[in-house]
Design a protein. Sequence first.
Length: 224
Amino acid sequence: MPRSLIAFTLGASLLALGCSHADAAKRPAPPASPSPAAPDEIDRVRGCWIQKVEPDGRATLLLRLLPDREHPQWLSGQLQRADGDDPDRRVQLWFARDGRTALLASRPITDPTPAPASKPAPMRQLPHTKAIKPNADAMASLIANPQARIEYERIPAAASPTLGASMDTHTLDYRERGASKHLRIEVSPEHLKLSIVGAALSHKPGTPNSAAVVLFDGGRDGCD
């Protein structure tokens, strides 16, 4: 084959290859297949929990956090004294299963849906009660707010677990709407701690305003 013909054939091949690459660059890339959505971390708190005076001592508080019958998109529960108490005077807890919001209430509620930002939550002076003896300060200050319900919004960046927590502990933080206090969840497969960070425990001199009020600190228990 003459050299001129070889050169022409090679040049045409390179030109065609260049055009095919150019066309490929112009074509949009195929859409990436969506990755499966992982369940939100809040489901780690699902189940039954028990707080004891010591790891093997007398039970003081019970907590069951399970999907609510009327609102299955929420986990609901209440802090219940192990030796019996008034069901209408328990701290109610609600956690949206999409992980975005949480709710504390000083009385049973029928609808956990957060109130519109422009509409304040209904006000109600909390009763002075010792229904939850080990956590009486938490109930009395629920949570230093004269409200029937306190709404929280999830904070994406979580704090580090408490010193001494197990390596598999996950920390989830929620900020109170319109305030600086946080609802903090520290949960591992066998342990759950709920606390309010930034709540004043009392008005006594020397009491730090940023003290943490522990609502619950216990281990996993079997559900009936």
